[in-house]
Structures are given as structure tokens and as C-alpha cells.
Design a protein around this ligand. Structure first.
Ligand code: T1G
Length: 645
């Protein structure tokens, strides 16, 4: 396949890249661009070159699937240098995303013009590496050190307008990108050309700048190597000549590319891209999703409704009476108000979100919905009453979903006239923020209803993962094992604070006990009590002792730790030590606490695979990363403990 083609418009050559799906810089593309430089240089009638891409995006970066293979010529840094040194100025015409190597190629060009909808970025740290083709060396010369630090160490792409204001783009055009880029080029040719970026000076920042950045980034990175190594490269770029800084960047890039962290992040990269479109549903068309409904306006229901509104889906919100409905609407209002405060939404956008909510206490308001998600109290008889009403008031082809986290969806579906359209959609709180969506079909669920669950996940920007039916599905089942394993360490005499600290230094934001104090110990306790009441043999946990003593977590000022009023700082508790004293028998415990607890999670993951609850190990990793704070750069419990299949 020809991945580059050359055409002409007057004195301007147009090099078009066509390497689907995302124009990644495969060896063939690098060679194609290398040859295009020579061809254009040799043609005396060509005055400038516009580089543009076919398909959904500009060059999205190096070809990540080539990372495990030996590098092949022409190497990307050489290609970027060659474009920069071309006898004719190149102009990058950017649509979609110019990412990583794609943006580096754009920086080899003398000018960068972009569509107003485009974005640019250097996302390499998200893959556990640093830019490998001058990103850390050219960006500070193009836009200054502060902008370069932001772009390179966060890895977050910037929209065209912001990128232009920071000096990363020369022009932003609307409408026809090629025409806009040609017009820009003709105007640019009337003036003296700017220096190639590699020849521009770079201003050194204030002396304290690097130390401050180092501290801030180390705090964010929590053990992730790439952001700090990227900062080293940027510093080198301001202190050493261009070629020396380039060599330093390349050496850092190659070193990190072979690292365990980079392997883990590549694993997550491909798992996240595979998840929304699972192979077993290829060719199964989802049902249309135009109108939605949510039953219950509590924390979960309001969060789900907010997520639906963020995807611009109209929502009918149902509550049992006017008072509860008013509370639900207020919950939604406060979600959007908070988004405005944080600058995520404008006030107008928040109003538009609210305007798309139709509150009602009458199920008849759901008569035209395509999908209804139930998020009411976790009680089977309450759920049955809801689904009985849904069965009567919804269209017969509407998808009816439960957000239950621990009831058996098969029992909830009992009595539905048409269980083929029933499915579990398990959101994580806060539902408008957390990326994970567990999709739980019952045996009767129709394939197109399952496909609709995935389509909803894509529409909401979630990571959808299919789970089979068992207690806790994938995520909470592993969470339970993790907590039990942490309690077993406690029983052996390891302190609560030491276990939490070990998991924090592994990369979690919180250890297992701190996290329970934040979320509240009572919910899991009540579940265990309900199971006991129904005759199941549920062994007593240490958490049970705490709840019985009134220690339900931060909300009661006491849980696994003590809390001073108005202060969330966990303080080791003498009262807890006394409560647990006769359950603790100091014995030999694993020395590497984090390794032990992660191995326990992975062992449960193996059981989940053996039971057919998860479709593959990568899905389990995604569940833990996107629903439970497992450090992304560790790759998830299955990857981290060597289960890579
Ligand atoms: N390499 C290989 N395959 C890639 C790829 C890449 N860089 N990016 C995407 N794909 C595949 C992906 O697996 C999927 O495959 C398909 O393309 C569509 O992706 C030297 C070291 C561009 C915003 O990190 O952010 O440059 O499942 O579903 O939603 O410094 O893809 O169809 O078989 O995500 O339209 C830096 C990552 C590389 C960009 C498009 N670049 N990609 O989103 O499609 S490192 C990145 C994206 C680097 C240099 C370095 C997104 C996108 P399949 P998709 P999308």
C-alpha cells in the first residue's frame, strides 16, 4: 500500500499521508516521508510543501505495535531533522490529533496550521516513555520552557486554540483544512522564513524552577518514572546544545522503552482500545439510544443521569414522590454546579445539562425511552416493584437495566415479561466521573441488548467490561479478597498504618483501611449481616467488630483510624487496638506487603477467569485500574503478577 502520495497545487506540493487507522509512523510511512523530502527538494518548481493526512486524524504518533521490535531505518529523529533541513519549507496541516511522533514531525515543519477542532500533544509519559524524536528539545525552543513542561510531563493533549495561544501552532483554520493551509502557506512565503526550531534559542528558567517542578511532579507521579525522566530531558534541552540534548533524550527514550512500566502501560493502552468493541459482539448491531430514563435520584442515580447528560442524552428522572424527586434534582444540580466551579463546564453548559432532565413521579413519562437504568435501594422487593412498573409503562423494545452491585440480576429479572431486554449496568461512584462500567447480562439477555450496553459505554466515554454473575461480579469480588487478605495481615500482627503505607507506596492513592474509612464500613457489614440472616455461613470479619462498636469510618469520626472533628487525617487508634487485641496473634507475615496483596488479587482474578466471570485477564486489569485505583503504570493485578494472557 502507498502510504504517502504527492500532488501539486501551483508551486506548492501536497504530501498526503494515508496509513489507517491513525496514520501511525510505521517504517513504511517514515520511508515515504523521507523520500518525499528528496522529491520535493529536487523539483525546482516547488516552493513549499503542505503535509496533510487522510482519514480521521493527523499522524497520531509512533506505531506502538513496533515498540517490541528492533528499530528500523529511517529513524524518526532523523526524519524530523530531515524535514526541518529540507530546501523547501514544510507546513503541517493538522486535523484530529497530532500526538507524540506526529507532533514531532509537525515541529520538524517550518509552520503548523490546524483545524479549530484539532488537538496536539506529547502523550508519551502515558506510555511510560519520553518523546523519542526531539519533543523535549524542540518544544521549549518553540513555546518556552513552562509550556513544554506542561505538555511533556502531563501528557495531556491541548485543543487548537490553547495550543495556538501557547505558541505551539502558527494558524488555526475553520472549514476546509487543505485550502486554509494553502492560503496560509502562500502568505507565509511573502515574508522572510522563521528559523528552523532547532536553531532557535531557548531561555533558561529561574534557578528555583527545576526544583519546584521536580517536587510537584514527584508528588503526582507516585512512583511512575517517565514524568520525572521527561523533566530531566527538558532541563538538558535548556542547558546543553541541541545535538547533545537530542542524544540525551534518545538515550532516555530507549532506556524507558524497555522498562517494566512501559510494558505495563502498553498493555493497558491496547486493553483500553480493545474493551469498547469486544470481538464476540462484532457484527451485532446495538439498539438506538436516543431517550433514556433513570429510576432513583440518590447519589448513584444522579451520577448516572449526569453521565447520560454529559453525553447529551435526554433523561427522564423518576422518583417515588415529590420530595424525593426534589432531592434528586438538587443532587444533579450540585453535580453540575461543582463542575462549573472546577471550570469543567460553563454556567450555560450546566443549564443545558439541567434542561435535558425531565423529572417525574409518573412512570408514564418513560413511554418513549430506549433505555432505563434503575438505581434504587438494594432490596429485591423494591427492585421488583420498579421493574414491574417498567414492564408496564416502557415500550416493549426498551432496554431495562439494573445498577445493582450485589443482588443477583437473574432474580431481579424474574417476572419480567421479556427478560431478553434486561441487563445489568454496574456504574461506579461518582458515576459521572469513574470510567469503569461493568456490563452484566443475564442468560436471557439478547445479543443486541448486550451490544447496546457496550454502545452506551462508548457514548459515555467509559471503559465497558463484560462480567458474569457471581457475588461482586469482577471488581467487588476481588475487592473482598483484597480486604480479607489485608485483615489476615492484621491478624498476624502487621499494623493497619503499615499496610496502608505499603499500598500507597505501591501507587494506590489510599491503602485498604483508609479507603474503607472514606467509603464507610457499614455497607459491606449490612450485606454480610443480610447473608447471615438468610442462613449463609459468613465468618466474622474484623470490620464487623468495628461497626458493632459504632466505628463506621470517617462519617462517624472513627473507623480503622481515629479522626479529629473536621479533619480527615487518619490517626492510629488505641481503641481499635483494644477492640482487636484478642484477634491478633503475631506470627510470621509476608515481608513484601504489596506483593502479597497484589498476588491475592491476582489469585482471585484467576478464579474469576476459571469461573468464566471475566472474558480475559486484560479486562480484569481494566476493572481494577478504572474502578478501584490500581496504579495504571503497574498494568493491573494480572499483568503485575505475571498473568499476561
Ligand atoms: N500505534 C499503533 N496503533 C495505534 C496507535 C499507535 N500510536 N494509536 C491508535 N492505534 C490503533 C488502536 O489500537 C486502534 O486499533 C485504532 O488505532 C484506533 O484507535 C517517538 C514514542 C489518535 C486519538 O499515544 O490517542 O509517538 O482496535 O480506537 O478513538 O515520541 O488512537 O482498531 O485495531 O483509539 O479515533 C504517541 C495514541 C505514541 C496516540 C484516535 N501516540 N492514540 O482515537 O481511535 S508514542 C499516542 C490515540 C510516540 C515518539 C513516540 C487515539 C487517537 P484497532 P482508537 P480514536
Amino acid at each position: 500500500m502507498t502510504v504517502t502520495t504527492l500532488s501539486r497545487q501551483g508551486a506548492i506540493a501536497i504530501v498526503t499521508v494515508n496509513n489507517p487507522p491513525v496514520n501511525a509512523l510505521s517504517q513504511a510511512l517514515r520511508q515515504g516521508l523521507w523520500d518525499a523530502v528528496a522529491t520535493c527538494d529536487a523539483d525546482p518548481d516547488i516552493r513549499a510543501v503542505v503535509l496533510i493526512c487522510a482519514g480521521r486524524t493527523f499522524i497520531a504518533g509512533a506505531d506502538v505495535s513496533e515498540f517490541g521490535k528492533p528499530p528500523m531505518e529511517p529513524h524518526l529523529p532523523d526524519l524530523v531533522n530531515r524535514i526541518e533541513a529540507a530546501a523547501k519549507p514544510w507546513v503541517a496541516a493538522i486535523h484530529g490529533s497530532a500526538l507524540g511522533g506526529g507532533f514531532e514531525v509537525a515541529m520538524g515543519c517550518r509552520f503548523r496550521a490546524a483545524l479549530d477542532t484539532a488537538s496536539v500533544g506529547l502523550p508519551e509519559v502515558g506510555l511510560g516513555i519520553v518523546p523519542g524524536a526531539s519533543g523535549t528539545v524542540r518544544t521549549p525552543r518553540l513555546a518556552g520552557v513552562a509550556a513544554a513542561v506542561e505538555l511533556v510531563t502531563t501528557g495531556k493533549p491541548l485543543g487548537a486554540a490553547k495550543a495556538q495561544s501557547m505558541g505551539l501552532l502558527d494558524a488555526v483554520v475553520t472549514g476546509d483544512l487543505l485550502q486554509g493551509a494553502l492560503d496560509f502557506t502562500l502568505t507565509a512565503l511573502e515574508q522572510p522564513l522563521p528559523l528552523p526550531i532547532s536553531e532557535r534559542p531557548v531561555a533558561a528558567p529561574a534557578p528555583e524552577f527545576w526544583a519546584e517542578q521536580q517536587t510537584a511532579i514527584a508528588r503526582r507521579a507516585k512512583g511512575e518514572a517517565a514524568p520525572l525522566r521527561a523533566l530531566d530531558c527538558l532541563r538538558k534541552a535548556t542547558e546543553a546544545p541541541f545535538a547533545e540534548a537530542l542524544a540525551f533524550e534518545r538515550a532516555t527514550f530507549l532506556d524507558l522503552r524497555g522498562s517494566e512500566q512501559a510494558a505495563a502501560l502498553r498493555h493497558v493502552f491496547f486493553a483500553e482500545r480493545a474493551a469498547p468493541r469486544p470481538a464476540h459482539l462484532a457484527g451485532v448491531p446495538p439498539l438506538p439510544l436516543r431517550h433514556t430514563g433513570v429510576i432513583g435520584g440518590g447519589t448513584m442515580g444522579a451520577g448516572i443521569a449526569a453521565a447520560l447528560r454529559d453525553a447529551d442524552l435526554p433523561v427522564v428522572l423518576i422518583e417515588r414522590d415529590a420530595e424525593a424527586l426534589a432531592r434528586g434534582v438538587a443532587n444533579l444540580r450540585s453535580i453540575f454546579d461543582a463542575a462549573v466551579k472546577r471550570g469543567r463546564l460553563t454556567a450555560d453548559q450546566a443549564e443545558a445539562r439541567m434542561a435535558g432532565i425531565t423529572p417525574s413521579t409518573d412512570y408514564a413519562a418513560l413511554s418513549d425511552t430506549d433505555l432505563v437504568i434503575e438505581a434504587v435501594f438494594e432490596d429485591l422487593s423494591v427492585k421488583h416493584a420498579v421493574f414491574d412498573a417498567l414492564g408496564r409503562f416502557c415500550r416493549s423494545d426498551a432496554v431495562l437495566a439494573t445498577n445493582t452491585s450485589y443482588l443477583d440480576p437473574r432474580r431481579i429479572a424474574e417476572g419480567l415479561p421479556n427478560p431478553a431486554r434486561f441487563i445489568g449496568l454496574h456504574f461506579f461512584s461518582p458515576a459521572n466521573v469513574m470510567k469503569l462500567l461493568e456490563i452484566v447480562p443475564v442468560p436471557e439477555t439478547a445479543p443486541e441488548v448486550l451490544a447496546t450496553g457496550f454502545a452506551l459505554g462508548r457514548a459515555l466515554g467509559k471503559i465497558p467490561v463484560q462480567a458474569g454473575i457471581c457475588e461482586g461480579f469482577i471488581g467487588n469480588r476481588i475487592l473482598k479478597r483484597y480486604r480479607m487478605a489485608a485483615e489476615s495481615l492484621l491478624r498476624k500482627g502487621v499494623t493497619i498504618a503499615k499496610i496502608d503505607a505499603a499500598m500507597r507506596s505501591y501507587g494506590f492513592a489510599m491503602g485498604p483501611f483508609e479507603a474503607q474509612d472514606l467509603g464507610g464500613l457499614d455497607i459491606a457489614f449490612l450485606q454480610r449481616e443480610a447473608a447471615r440472616a438468610s442462613g449463609q455461613d459468613v465468618p466474622e470479619t474484623l470490620g464487623d467488630l468495628l461497626v458493632r462498636a459504632g466505628r463506621k469510618g470517617q462519617k462517624t469520626g472513627a473507623g480503622w483510624y481515629d479522626y479529629a472533628p473536621g479533619d480527615r487525617t487518619p490517626r492510629p487508634s488505641d481503641a481499635v487496638a483494644k477492640l482487636l487485641a484478642d484477634r491478633i496473634m503475631p506470627t510470621a507475615a509476608p515481608t513484601d506487603i504489596a506483593a502479597y496483596l497484589v498476588a491475592e488479587m491476582a489469585a482471585e482474578g484467576q478464579a474469576i477467569l476459571a469461573d468464566g466471570i471475566a472474558r480475559n485477564a486484560a479486562d480484569i486489569d481494566l476493572v481494577k485500574i478504572h474502578g478501584y485505583g490500581f496504579p495504571r503504570w503497574r498494568g493491573g493485578p494480572m499483568f503485575a503478577s505475571g498473568t499476561r494472557g
